[in-house]
Design a protein around this ligand. Structure first.
Ligand code: SF4
Ligand code: SF4
Length: 307
């Protein structure tokens, strides 16, 4: 039997100067999506205090990289009081290192909210809202209206539509409506572990694959033989290459994962499994972990780093 090939590294470089800080700023949310992964923790979810936010942003600004992208997720980040001030402080404290802020939102906040949010931001074009569309929780017209509010305030809006099997006709209608209104929209496929969800009808899957089309990122894999090959993310899964145990991973080197309690991990796969590398709320973070790659301890990556 031929020996199974193993992946030694994902991505050409482990040492880019671009660094993404992925911070789950709160688990509090005003929606109740049945598939929510943050849902289980929501009963005990807390909001960061004003002092927490100030200490956190000072700490993040100290990261020694040429470019820092701050990504805020939840829960629902727009429920955090002082979010606009936090974003402004990041641009002010990190200076030329602060390239972009991305906020993953359910887009429940209205025009008034976005008018106020952007009033305090000097460079709105560096602030992107990714609107995750949850059709059981928000009406399509309201979602579109709120997305337009981001763009009309000078920000950047992009919608993410999860193509849930059995609901693809509606998602297709929503996607077409967003494009008609001049909004950027991306379709996301539903996976079951490392495989595409088997519940898709053929016509549904055909459309989803077509809609995802060219936006699929390429993944560069270095095999243990020393050979580089490039695949689409879907191909990595379809060809069953998603076996990364023992591989060098860029978690911590190009990205960091921060929990709602301020704990710092190199990637979300470490959450709760190792002691955190410090806490951004207390000001004690040893960022030296970013000098060395992680060695993956898992058969599949669900952190979004490798696929
Ligand atoms: S909007 Fe997001 S965080 Fe809120 S319940 Fe839905 S999936 Fe969970
Ligand atoms: S599971 Fe963790 S260590 Fe493994 S590839 Fe994904 S992010 Fe890296």
């Amino acid at each position: 039997m031929p020996k199974k090939r193993s992946v030694a590294q994902v991505g050409r470089s482990l040492c880019k100067n671009k660094y993404t800080v992925n911070w789950a700023i709160t688990r509090v949310c005003n929606f109740k999506c049945e598939y929510c992964v943050a849902y289980r923790k929501r009963d005990k979810a807390t909001m960061p205090s004003k002092d927490d936010l100030e200490r956190a942003i000072r700490n993040i600004s100290l990261i020694k990289k040429r470019r820092i992208d701050l990504s805020l997720t939840g829960g629902e980040p727009t429920l955090v009081k002082g979010l606009s001030g936090l974003v402004s402080s990041f641009f002010a404290l990190a200076g030329s290192k602060a390239k972009k802020v991305t906020i993953l939102s359910n887009m429940s906040r209205d025009h008034k909210y976005f008018d106020q949010f952007f009033r305090g931001i000097e460079c709105p074009e560096k602030v992107k809202f990714i609107g995750s569309f949850h059709p059981t929780q928000i009406d399509l017209d309201r979602f579109i209206e709120h997305g337009i509010a981001v763009n009309s305030n000078g920000g950047v809006f992009s919608a993410w539509l999860l193509a849930v099997p059995g609901q693809v006709d509606f998602i297709r209608h929503a996607y077409d409506s967003m494009l008609t209104e001049g909004l950027d929209a991306r379709v996301k496929i539903v996976r079951d572990g490392s495989k595409v969800d088997g519940r898709y009808a053929k016509e549904e899957l055909d459309w989803v694959v077509h809609a995802i089309g060219e936006e699929e990122k390429n993944v560069d894999l270095l095999w243990s033989s020393g050979r580089w090959e490039s695949y689409s993310q879907n191909d990595v899964l379809a060809k069953d290459f998603n076996h990364f145990r023992g591989m060098r991973c860029a978690g911590g080197m190009i990205r960091v994962a921060i929990e709602d309690d301020g704990s710092v991990y190199r990637a979300v796969c470490e959450r709760g499994k190792v002691a955190p590398y410090g806490n951004i709320f207390s000001g004690e973070v040893d960022w030296s972990f970013m000098d060395n790659p992680m060695i993956c301890g898992y058969n599949e990556c669900r952190c979004g780093l490798a696929t």
